[in-house]
Write a protein that binds this ligand. Sequence first.
Ligand code: MRU
Length: 366
Amino acid sequence: MLQTIQWTGEAVRLLDQTRLPLETTYVDIVDERQMWDAIKRLVVRGAPAIGVAAAFGVYLGVRGSGDGSRGAFGRRLSEVCDYLATSRPTAVNLFWAIERIRRCASEFLAALPASEADVSAVRVRILQEAVAMLEEDTQTCRAIGEAGVALFEALPRGPQGDISVLTHCNAGGLCSVEYGTALAPIYTGAERGLRFHVFADETRPLLQGSRITAYELQRNGVPVTVICDNMAASVMAHGKVAAVIVGADRIAANGDVANKIGTLGVAILARHFGIPFYVAAPMSTVDFKLSSGDGIPIEQRDPAEVTAAWGRATAPPGVAVHNPAFDVTPAALVTAIITERGVLTAPYREALTHARRRLSARTFRW
Ligand code: MRU
């Protein structure tokens, strides 16, 4: 599988997802400003990947901060963390990752003897934590795959013996470090000999479904058919979809799910046609501070993403545009949430709270 984020020892190497599917190229990110820009422009994208990238971004921002006092280091750390937190508002993994690095650094500093003036060791500690997060992300995605595969084994097969699944946006290996969330049960199932067929919604305006999901599934040998977003109802009506699975950018404490714009429509369709609608996400995507999805901040993006595509205008100049990047699917439409802690079903407030109790305090405290 392609790895979206690598640490070279000097730089953070990102797979440039803006250039997919035609070019598989990498960019080396050397400071926090470049990382902010890479997150904003979706060079690196998808909630788990954004979190890991931001963790490295904090390291890049403090690595040249000199061996000054603890106070000076703390101020620089805060400045870098606050800055990176402004890159995108919806995926809570960004804030989770920044908070984890911030806490790790402040606990390390607090544990240094008062006589110890040199704070350079904390930078090493921050890098270690970012590398740990990179490695954990793959383990977490693998665990999501293991937890979710039984749901797919139980689904009815098509005439060719395959399990037909519809997904929206990209929640595959390229939304994480390498294995994905929504596509993880499909990859795990395929490793065990299950046969899948995936309908990938193209996902306007930025086409993460056709550019990225179709690219990675094809590359990994999983049969995939791209459909325009407005074809989902038709393929469901023709009995071609056994289940829907999507990722999430933020899940509120009651199980409401923010994900790529268009997900809500797919969930409503799935309910209409009696098709299970699964959400796969790590526990770091759950925002326990938000009681419901009403409080989830929705990113508004540049109107130009809607009025132009691939070098040409797709709308008249000056036309008004509404371009929210995400929508919120109410928990009532979600059949199950697949996490690294297992498959959770309603009532989600209780199920999520119970799953949180079993998480390691080191990786999940906020
Ligand atoms: O704007 P993007 O491409 O970052 O949006 C990504 C999505 O909406 C994914 O479905 C979501 O992050 C889940 S990935 C685990």
